[in-house]
Design a protein around this ligand. Structure first.
Ligand code: ATP
Ligand code: MG
Length: 108
């Protein structure tokens, strides 16, 4: 899609951001036996000044960046998203019920 939108230079940061947000959503869903397929949704929007990613999951718990210490093997994903994006956040969605975690990328 990024090639088609003439935004190939955004592909590395977009792939990394999508990986972090989708992995988080899948792992949260896996904790809940009531959560059924389709587990996540991804929307990608592109155009000046860059790329917006929106990832839906049905879990109401919030994505909260953690402060990973030197020895922690986990807890850096959202910090990486925060570093690579111009802004990120989440909001609750009514239909389908759940939340959308988003990131706006303006620097390749
Ligand atoms: N989509 C989500 N729904 C609910 N909680 C989330 C979601 N994404 C992240 N979180 C919470 O925020 C925490 C921090 O996420 P983050 O991606 O920074 O670290 P991690 O997933 O624990 O580890 P890493 O990404 O470094 O492997 C997670 O441990 C989880 O508790
Ligand atoms: Mg993560």
């Amino acid at each position: 899609m990024l090639e088609e939108w003439s935004l190939p230079e955004f592909s590395d940061v977009t792939v990394l951001t999508a990986t972090e947000l989708i992995t988080n959503a899948v792992l949260e869903i896996a904790k809940h036996s009531w959560a059924v397929l389709p587990p996540v949704r991804l929307w990608l929007r592109g155009g000046p000044p860059g790329v917006a990613l929106l990832v839906w999951d049905p879990i109401l718990a919030a994505p909260v960046p953690r402060v990973a210490s030197e020895n922690d093997e986990r807890g850096r994903g959202l910090a990486i998203v925060a570093e690579l994006s111009a802004a990120f956040g989440f909001y609750y969605a009514a239909d389908p019920a759940g939340k959308i975690t988003w990131a706006a990328i303006t620097t390749p």
